[in-house]
Design a binder for this molecule. Structure first.
Ligand SMILES: [Zn+2]
Length: 81
């Protein structure tokens, strides 16, 4: 059995503000990473995902053969900017 607690209005506002802040921080991180052309996770260069405008990902994203360096470990960082 689960009990469901309805969030109060002020709680909901707080949650929304927190998530907007997180999104803004996340966006700032993506912008900084793109500007520096450096993955914030592994430090490798980024590459633009050509299928979706504004979508960036680590050059080490994906399977062997798709990564910039197949001998280096994969990195799943990606961001939209
Ligand atoms: Zn990376």
């Amino acid at each position: 059995m689960t009990t469901f607690t309805r969030p109060t209005k002020s709680n909901a506002r707080k949650l929304a503000a927190a998530s907007a802040e997180r999104m803004a921080a996340e966006r700032a991180k993506v912008i900084a990473a793109v500007k520096a052309n450096t993955c914030p996770v592994c430090g490798r260069p980024l590459r633009r995902n050509s299928s979706i405008a504004g979508w960036w990902q680590c050059s080490q994203f994906g399977a062997v053969g798709f990564r910039a360096d197949s001998n280096a470990p994969a990195c799943d960082w990606q961001g939209v900017h």
